[in-house]
Design a protein around this ligand. Structure first.
Ligand SMILES: NC(=O)c1ccc[n+]([C@@H]2O[C@H](COP(=O)([O-])OP(=O)(O)OC[C@H]3O[C@@H](n4cnc5c(N)ncnc54)[C@H](OP(=O)(O)O)[C@@H]3O)[C@@H](O)[C@H]2O)c1
Length: 303
């Protein structure tokens, strides 16, 4: 899409929730190159400022940064206030990854609620607010970044997979509802992608059968296919998505478990890496849960 097309259909401003690194930063660079002004949101101010500086030096655009935690209750009001004077024609909700693997009951309840705030409450509020404004103008775009993990239950990732199921269903619904108003909605579903967040988690990026995608490439696909909703599977993951969705559910869960376990070969919980004995003892419950999952996996493969 040319510079003029972007601005006309999705300008003059885009807001990227989770726009300081990885896929979010890749979106920001491409949109700035396309002439859109940007509002970039993330928690850490320094990477936001650094990216804003790079973009304003390289392109003739304005970039606002907002260092906020999308899981905090007052953040939504702050976003509304800080964007009241600009026209957001494109909303990209990118932040949403899990940063650890642990069974549901081995986590604090607050951890589960944080995932709901990040992947359910946050996108709901942002889509409702900016979608209403876009509908009034009769144009715009929304990209919600999801994951293949949203297509089945994920042992050790229950809230991540559960809340990401919401992402693609919301995208599908909004795609249909907003079409008459010339608003393009896309659920951009990613497989493993080489982001800084994934590296910080200690996950292996490339494992046999699961080559990681590059943030730049998936962002490019998202923008190119924004008008091809409701769902776009990036990096050729359409076939995997169809397979997982069509499988008997027990097998699908076991497959997600297998693939996350393969990726987690290099993973050590941060507390263990620090030599925290209490945490290691606490994790012995998780070890036995993992053993039962292995049993379940072999069982499911046989049935
Ligand atoms: N990486 C993968 O392999 C993979 C695979 C499938 C799907 N995805 C999806 O791709 C998207 C991006 O993933 P990612 O790996 O780049 O990690 P991510 O943590 O979801 O996204 C990173 C961006 O979001 C910001 N962010 C994270 N939590 C935030 C919060 N609570 N409030 C405000 N900003 C927040 C980060 O900056 P700060 O840390 O400064 O806040 C950063 O700008 C996610 O929706 C994820 O589910 C990723």
């Amino acid at each position: 899409m040319s510079r003029g097309d972007y601005s006309d259909r999705y300008g003059p401003w885009a807001l990227i929730a989770g726009g300081s690194e990885g896929v979010g930063a890749a979106f920001a660079r491409k949109l700035a190159a396309g002439g859109l002004n940007l509002v970039l949101l993330a928690r850490k101010p320094e990477p936001l400022k650094a990216l804003a500086q790079q973009l304003t030096e390289a392109f003739v655009v304005q970039v606002r940064t907002l260092a906020v935690d999308l899981t905090e209750a007052h953040t939504f009001d702050r976003i509304r206030q800080e964007t009241a004077d600009v026209e957001i024609g494109l909303l990209i909700h990118n932040a949403g990854a899990e940063n650890t693997m642990a069974d549901f009951l081995d986590r604090e309840l607050a951890n589960a609620e944080r995932m709901i705030a990040l992947n359910v409450t946050g996108p709901t509020r942002l889509c409702h607010h900016f979608g209403t404004l876009m509908r009034g103008r009769g144009r715009g775009g929304i990209i919600l970044v999801g994951t293949l993990g949203g297509y089945a239950g994920g042992p050790g990732l229950a809230m991540y997979c559960g809340t990401k199921a919401f992402t693609y269903v919301l995208a599908e619904s909004l795609w249909f509802e907003l079409r008459p108003y010339h608003i393009d909605v896309l659920g951009l579903i990613l497989g493993t992608t080489r982001t800084p967040a994934l590296a910080r988690m200690g996950m292996a990026e490339d494992v046999p059968g699961f080559a990681a995608a590059e943030p730049d490439a998936v962002a490019q696909e998202g923008l190119e296919h924004l008008a091809d909703g409701p769902i776009w599977h990036a990096n050729g993951t359409e076939a995997i998505a169809q397979t997982v969705r069509a499988m008997p559910r027990g097998q699908a869960v076991a497959m997600i478990h297998e693939s996350s376990r393969a990726m987690a070969k290099l993973y050590r919980p941060p507390a263990e890496a620090d030599g925290n004995t209490a945490s290691r003892q606490k994790n012995s419950g998780a070890d036995s849960a993992a053993k039962s999952r292995e049993d379940l996996t072999s069982h499911t493969k046989l049935t």
